[in-house]
Design a protein around this ligand. Structure first.
Ligand code: FBP
Length: 303
């Protein structure tokens, strides 16, 4: 059995359309057929604003720039909010599968304990734009998390009914979580597991640190191997139904080439299914971005 068929066999209770669309992502670009994916996500204009996101590379203010990057680099898919997607998708209809980011937050309001997200698109928009999946951000830990969980449930149901898989960005924050706790191994794993329980087809989390946040978890985690990034990735993968749900990891804050590539290597070796990456691409000069994406796909391709 091919690796893609093996992965899809774990989704056998899902409608055919959902599985076909997952296959479209898994069979596209340089990583086609490997069971690994690299998705470019450009929703930071909402999350962090245009100044922090794009002003150190003004060419990246153009939505076409990112489509071009995803196409040239042979990525598995491209994710963006509706306005950004609509700004260029018509010129790239046959170049890269697209994922419509359905909700977004922004940095202009005070959201200390209750970070939240607003719905900014509909499933009909995703169909109209020819997207192969929808994306949704959940903030486990936030005082708003129960509302976001209910929204995610409704979205997963509706998208599934028209054959679209859902990717859940599961980013713990807010509530009583410390800053360090947002990327703690026990918290990241909890968020990833919850996303699987909700019915997410693909889960996206941050790369976990070795910190353990919850006092109830301290002794339990004494017995979990967690010294290296690779150990921690393996633990997250295990907690996503023992590897039967795809879990991919965010690129995070911009890093130098060596740190980024060594992290990707550990994600790969730990059994992670790939990356969703944004700032580490568009904040690099164009040719360097293409070069680093090439290195990243080589690692995930096992070269
Ligand atoms: P990056 O590779 O830039 O981290 O992008 C991944 C992502 O999930 C984006 O989709 C999103 O805008 C951003 O991270 C959220 O970052 P933050 O942790 O600041 O909310």
């Amino acid at each position: 059995m091919s690796r893609v068929s093996e992965i899809l066999s774990h989704y056998s209770s899902e409608p055919t359309g959902v599985r076909i669309n997952l296959a479209r992502i898994l069979n596209h670009g340089k990583l086609a057929g490997t069971g690994k994916i690299v998705v470019q996500a450009v929703d930071q204009g909402f999350e962090h604003g245009p100044a922090r996101s794009f002003l150190d590379n003004c060419d990246s203010l153009d939505p076409e720039y990112h489509f071009e990057m995803a196409k040239k680099s042979g990525l598995s898919a491209y994710a963006a909010p509706i306005g950004w997607m609509s700004g260029a998708v018509d010129k790239y209809v046959d170049s890269v599968p697209t994922i419509l980011k359905m909700n977004s937050s922004n940095s202009l309001y005070n959201k200390e304990n209750q970070p939240s997200q607003a719905m900014t698109a509909t499933v009909q928009d995703a169909l109209r734009l020819g997207c192969v999946a929808v994306g949704f951000t959940l903030y486990p830990g936030s005082d708003e998390n129960l509302m976001l969980i209910e929204e995610a449930k409704d979205l997963i149901d509706e998208a599934r009914s028209v054959g679209l898989p859902t990717i859940l960005w599961s980013y713990a924050r807010g509530g009583s979580l410390s800053k360090e706790g947002e990327t703690a191994l026990d918290v990241i794993t909890y968020g990833a597991h919850m996303a699987c329980l909700l019915g997410a087809h693909v889960v996206k989390v941050k790369v976990p640190s070795a910190h353990i946040e919850m006092k109830e978890h301290k002794t339990i985690y004494d017995n979990v191997k967690k010294d290296t990034v690779k150990d921690r990735i393996k633990h997250v993968v295990d907690c996503c139904f023992k590897g039967k749900r795809m879990v991919i990891f965010s690129g995070g804050e911009p890093k130098d080439d060596q740190s980024l590539l060594s992290e990707i290597k550990e994600i790969h070796e730990g059994g992670g299914f790939g990356s969703i990456i944004g700032r580490n691409v568009f904040k690099r000069e164009k040719n360097n971005a293409i070069k680093i994406l090439n290195e990243i796909t080589k690692i995930y391709g096992g070269e």
